[in-house]
Ligand binder design. Sequence first.
Ligand code: GUN
Length: 290
Amino acid sequence: MSAELIDGKAFAEGLREKVGALAATFAAKAGRKAGLAVVLVGEDPASQVYVRSKGKQTVACGMASFEHKLPATASEADLLGLIEQLNADRSVDGILVQLPLPDHLDEQKVIATIAPDKDVDGFHIINAGRLAVGQEGFVPCTPLGCLMLLKDRLGDLSGLDAVVIGRSNIVGKPMAQLLLQESCTVTVAHSRTKDLPGVVRRADIVVAAVGRPEMVKADWIKLGATVIDVGINRLPPEPGADKGRLVGDVDFAGVRDVAGAITPVPGGVGPMTIAVLLRNTLVAAHRNEG
Ligand code: GUN
């Protein structure tokens, strides 16, 4: 059997189109565009690529993009001052501070300074708390994107066994909360889990978010399970190549023979993150105007 491929790229395109249409309606009613501010500190090349891509897609969706670049040497006071300014700016609906930050800046303190109702990343503890108790708030973009793909493929998730591998604040923990809200039986596995293959083998839904290339093997997967691969890892280059291949946390070539459906890397979960960010920004804009 060969698994169905879950086409996150196409799904994300569809979502961006919907958001674009709703953003046009918002702009016509409010007399202004919904606005997203992205803050980048330093010159990390991967972060620069993400920030550029976010800016382009924001504009393509008919929203205003505000980019703020600070040098890697920026002080905590500089960064917190900028965030306060964006909190007070009525044309800014969403604020995203690109992570990781340089070591001298305290990520938790920075996130805590963002107004919770502009925290379109869903990283503020107020939004984490809202998610934990089932109140409306902002949900981190990557896990929300994974949930959209799962519901699109499986419909009602109620009663399904879900295993989330990884317990990060950005993906693993909010993913587990979302699946619990959908009435899945949720297990969060991590580096200290005993018999990880045995735990994963019980799952109807597997979400892998550990950052270990091709760790999840075919013989860990129950026949017909739905596998969502959040990992984006670059392998060392083959001789003669200047860049290694991009792979997920799942051994795609093996697992696709056992799973019922699987997200490829690239083209699976990755494109969903920015699409959901744009969706969250539009939701923020409606709340700010309402
Ligand atoms: N760095 C990598 N992914 C993300 C994300 O989703 N949000 C932010 N703010 N930084 C990131």
